[in-house]
Structures are given as C-alpha cells and as structure tokens.
Design a protein around this ligand. Structure first.
Ligand code: GCV
Length: 650
C-alpha cells in the first residue's frame, strides 16, 4: 500500500466503466497521459464494450481547455481545441463514473484561463502555514521527492482543472534564491516535467533582492543596468533548461521582504523590469498586492491597513506591462473567516489581475477544525463590485478589466497539502482542494454539488450518512465563524501561529489588526464620516451601503463600524447578546458534529475514521476555549449578563 491515499480519484470506487476500446484520432502529447490514466483502470472494472474516442477539433463553441462530450453509436467521443482539454474531458467522464452517474453530453468551458496553485514550501522541507506535514518537494535544503507522490498530486490537480503551480514559498529565503540558477534548475526541470505531463505549468517564487543575494550586486534597483542584465541572464538560462516554464510569483515590499520601494521606485517599475526580461520567452509575472505598513502604531487610529493595497495600486492602473498579473487577496486584510472583499476588484480597469484565495486554513482552524471553504469562495466570486455602477461580479471583473486578453481570468490559491497520508492533515480538508479546482474552473457550480461529488468519490456511504456528512461540511464555515470572532471583526487569534483565541493578542502590536474593544463597544470605524475612510475605496453604491449603518451587511458590521454593545441587530438581539448566543450555539454544533461522526465507524476506512474523530476532539476543545474566552472577555468588558443565563465564567 502507498504511503498516501488516492484521494477522490481512487479507481476502486468505480461503479461503471463501459469502455473496452480507446481510439486516439488526434490528441497530441496528452495521448501518453491518457494511456497511462486509462491503464490504471485496466480491465477489472469494464462493464460494456463501448469505445472512448479522443479527437482534437476546431469547434468554435469551445475555448482553450474546454471540452465537449458527445454520445455516438459505438460509445463516447471527447473533443477539445487543445490536448489539455481532452485530459479535462477524460477526468470529467472518469469522475462521473466513480460516482456512478449517467454521462451528461455537454460542452464544458472553463471561465478562467489560469487556474493556479501556490505552494508556501521551503527548501528545508517546512511549509509556511502548512498543516499537513512536510513538503512533498523539498527536504534538508534539497529538492527531494517521491515521483509517485508528485505524480499522484499532479493528477489530483489536473482532475479539477488546475493548470499552473508555483512550488516554493513567496517568502524566498537564502537557499531558495538559488532556484533560478544551475544549482537547482535541472532538478526543477524534472519536477516541471511531471506537472507538464498533466497539463500543468511550473512557476517559481523569486527573491526581489536576488541580484544582491546571489548575484554579487550591491543593488536590486529595477532601473539599474546591472540588475536588468542579471534578470535577463536568469530568464535566458531558465528557459534554456525549462522551455515551457510558466513564470514567476513575486512578494515585494511586503512584510519585510525587499522590493522596489527600497530604491524609491514604484511597483510598476519593479514589476515591468522583470516582465520585460521574461517577455521574450512568453513568461508571466504574478505580482502580489499584499503590501501594507506592518510597523503600525496602535495609538494611531488614522492608519488603516485595509486601505493600503488600493492606495498603492489604484493610481498605477494601466501602468503594468502586458505580462504582469497583479495577484490580489480576496480581502483587504488577510484571509479572515469573514472580511470585506478587496476594493481593488472593479477599481482596476486596465490591469491583468488574479484573485488570490487561501485553501490552507491559516485562520480557519488549521485543518484541525472542519471548515468547508467553498461557500465563502462562492460569495467572493459572485460579489457584485458595482464597477462603473453596473453589475459586475469579482469573477466578471477578472475577465472584463484586463490589460491583455491573453491572460483573461486568473485565480491563484495557497494550497493545503503536505506529506501526510491523506494529503491535508484532516481528511475532510481534501474537499477544499477539490472545491477550489472546481470553482476556479467555473464558479457558478454549487457548493452543495461540489461537496456531494467529493463525498461520493471519496467514501461509499448509505444515503442517510452521506446527508449527515454533507450537512457537517455545508454548515462548517458558519459554525467556525460563530464560535470565533464576531461580525466581521476578525483576528483575535494567538499571535504568530494564528491558532486558538487571544482577544488582545494583536491589539497593541504593530500589524494593524485591531478591534478597539472598550467598556462601551467594539469594532473598527472605517467610515468616511467618522473613521478611517476606507469605505470610500468602493464604487458609489457599495460605499453608501457600507457607510450607512442601516444598509451595512450585518456580518460585516464590526468590520466597518465601531458600535456599542447595546446596538440592536435586525434579529432584535443586541450585539452583546449576539456574541454570547453565537458562541454558545457554535460550540453546540461542534458537539453535534462529534456525536454524529461516531456513527460512521465501520462505514469508512479505519484510518479516516480515526483521523476525523481525533480532529473533532481537538475542534471541540478549541471551540470551547473560543466560546469561553470570548464570552468572558465581553462579559467583563460590558458587565452585561447573558439573557439566557448560560454559563459565562466571570
Ligand atoms: C507567506 C500572512 C501569513 C504569512 C504569509 C503572508 C503572505 O501574513 O501569515 O505567513 O507569508 O500572509 O501572504 O505573504
């Protein structure tokens, strides 16, 4: 048996596979991949003597990577514009077979062109914000991996439509700075080949200060000729070794990382220099917008971290080169369980942009808590930015407001896998990786359907148990939100590692993540009228909605307003009562999850049963801690008792 599980692709779950014959009319390089994939199924599961045909086509109803499945007399034809499309078509059919579903004969085009995974893996084998063991690529300052494992990973990604991967942390330390040199490039090429086999392009995160760190220069000024020559040389060599290298991901001037600001240069100057050097090879520069002052003074109520990215990048709209993609986190703070969406979406009109999501559960329970993230991601994709006062969702803005059509639609996410047997630490966290791929392909799919597909492909359960598991997944995000920080205020986590409650952990720190609780109330006033003015970064209708207490969505009330504990919510409850009730109820929900899971014994493999059970024990312990610390803190602050007299420790 392998040291890792075969995830949602396990062929032993096959309910039917009617194809005894496969015909490749024309399928390009992917023919080898398809043969290998079909070879895994072998003859064991064949139920009929139908033919599966693969053919490249020039149908104009298809876009790149899209596919069409057609019912024909002797079986099924899959057609696509490009080889990768055939692979996606195959996985579509194969996964339907795993679920025992009838094939839908339809056209399936992806919405986004670049569907990317970002690793935060370090070459010593550790993973920044990783909760599922060590890196599957690196160990002891070397590239070291199991080929079988990386192949299985590439399959998993390709089966959901992922077509791009960056393999190292955006915080690029000393040894990793050499990834772009002969020292590592041949080994990286071998990794790249594994991913290419599944239609996935490899990218690297680079150190902006590489000319100094590894090039013997005394500057990384983007306008310096030596610096320009350094990068030209690097890209020349990279592309000689890895001809279809995807490009680079850059974290610059962010959380103490070096960047163009050091030299008084703008981010467009910094990014465009790299873009010019990589352009001859068709490479892309993913430039992250997670830039803010991380040396704030809590005494100063005018500086607002949430405002930083818009203040920096909006004035540069239109200045970035055609092959630069600005990578923007979904919210203006940092992957909280609830925060507003970044005002850059809809505001940038002439800039290629990518939405950045976080699959790894840094602030959402670190893969000890079950937290199905698809419902949150759907809200983000579907969020109406009201750009130009017309309806325009974030997903639409990714397609509409670009500099170059070539890169229309890009989404990236920080992945949640490591070398744990089940990839994600918590077996149920696999669903987040699966759902990310599915939503990045087409965000109109329902969270329920995606979760249900994952459950069906992963376990074999009777209908009533399937419904229970689905209910756990679908309510889990709300549950987590209930027992952690209230009404969009976020944070309140223990500093540095970000796990577990610590109401004031960051309150007097320099990271700009405050809640300003006092004896009267709590929340961050981001209004124009009396606060930091952040609300003005949105289009007019959103600005008015957030600015105004009556129309501000309640789940974000404390993200935008500082309010008294007595403030009455639409439910009729005061804020303080809402805090108490959600914390008690959230905890009770976890009690129910644990009780329900006990009934899954013998219905799922022992290893999975025990894994999930142990995680639920920890989730329960942690949820209790959250409940009691938050409730006690606000009881002490406000002096108000719980209306229902539940236990709050004084
Ligand atoms: C890779 C947050 C995380 C950091 C991460 C950073 C980023 O601050 O806590 O670990 O660094 O985001 O996205 O660059």
């Amino acid at each position: 048996m392998s040291a890792f599980d075969s995830s949602w692709l396990d062929e032993t779950h096959l309910k039917k596979w009617p194809f005894s014959k496969v015909v490749f009319e024309e399928s390009g390089y992917i023919e080898e991949t398809l043969k290998q994939e079909i070879g895994r199924i072998g003859d064991r599961y064949i139920t009929d003597d139908k033919t599966l045909t693969f053919a490249l086509t020039d149908r104009n109803e298809l876009v790149e990577d899209g596919f069409i499945t057609i019912s024909v007399v002797d079986g099924v034809r899959i057609e696509a514009l490009n080889p990768e499309g055939l692979l996606y078509g195959y996985y579509h059919l194969y996964q339907a077979s795993l679920r025992g579903e009838d094939y839908h004969f339809d056209i399936n085009n992806p919405t986004n062109k670049i569907r990317m995974i970002n690793h935060w893996d370090n070459v010593d084998g550790s993973i920044e914000r990783g909760y599922a063991g060590s890196s599957i690529f690196f160990r002891n300052d070397m590239i070291a991996y199991s080929k079988e494992r990386v192949e299985q990973y590439a399959r998993m990604l390709a089966s959901t439509g992922i077509n791009a991967i960056s393999i190292n942390n955006v915080n690029v330390h000393h040894v990793e700075s050499y990834f772009i040199t002969q020292k590592f490039l041949n080994e990286i090429k071998a990794l790249s080949d594994i991913f290419n086999f599944y239609g996935i392009k490899l990218y690297l995160s680079i150190n902006y200060a590489s000319p100094i760190e590894i090039g013997g220069s005394d500057t990384s000024d983007p306008l310096d000729e030596g610096v320009i020559a350094f990068w030209q040389d690097r890209f020349k060599e990279i592309y000689e070794i890895i001809p279809n290298f995807g490009g680079i991901v850059v974290k610059a001037d962010s959380e103490n990382r070096p960047g163009p600001h050091t030299y008084g240069r703008s981010h467009s100057q910094g990014a465009n220099m790299l873009a010019a050097a990589i352009a001859p090879y068709g490479g892309l520069v993913f430039w992250r917008c997670f830039v803010y002052d991380n040396h704030q003074d809590w005494r100063d109520r005018t500086t607002d971290r949430a405002k930083a990215a818009y203040d920096i990048y909006k004035p540069m709209d239109g200045e970035f080169a055609d092959n630069v993609v600005l990578q923007i986190k979904n919210g203006p703070m940092d992957f909280q369980i609830r925060e507003a969406t970044s005002p850059l979406f809809g505001a940038l009109r002439q800039t290629n942009q990518a939405l950045e999501l976080q699959i790894t559960q840094e602030y959402t329970g670190q893969q000890w808590h079950v937290c199905y993230l698809a419902p949150m991601w759907k809200e983000i994709f579907d969020f109406n930015t009201f750009a130009e006062e017309t309806s325009c969702t974030i997903q639409e803005s990714l397609l509409k407001y670009t500099k170059s059509n070539h890169h229309r639609g890009a989404v990236a996410a920080v992945v949640n896998i490591g070398d744990d047997y089940n990839w994600t630490g918590h077996k149920l966290a696999q669903v987040n990786l699966y759902a990310y791929g599915r939503l990045t392909w087409a965000s109109h799919q329902l969270s329920e359907d995606i979760a249900s597909d994952w459950v069906k492909q992963t376990f074999t359960l009777p209908a009533d148990k399937e419904a229970i598991l689905l209910d756990i997944l679908l309510t889990s995000r709300e549950t987590y939100e209930m027992y952690t920080s209230p009404l969009g205020i976020g944070w309140m986590v223990k500093p540095n590692h970000h796990y577990g409650p610590d109401v004031n952990g960051y309150e007097y720190d320099l990271w700009g993540t405050y809640h300003f609780s006092d004896r009267n109330g709590l929340g961050v006033d981001r209004t124009v009228a009396t606060g930091t003015g952040y609300s003005r970064q949105y289009s007019d209708s959103l600005f008015e909605m957030y600015e105004n207490l009556e129309t501000c969505p309640e789940e974000l009330l404390l993200f935008f307003h500082h309010l008294p504990y007595s403030y009455q919510l639409k439910s009729g409850k005061s804020i303080i009562q809402h805090i108490y009730s959600t914390h008690f109820e959230g905890y009770e929900r976890v009690v129910a999850y644990s009780e329900n899971w006990k009934t899954f014994k013998d219905l799922v493999p022992d290893q999975d049963f025990i894994n999930i059970q142990q995680r639920l024990v920890e989730q329960l312990r942690s949820a209790r801690e959250w409940r009691d610390q938050i409730n006690t803190y606000y009881y002490r602050m406000s002096g108000v008792s719980d209306e229902k007299n539940r236990i709050i420790y004084p």
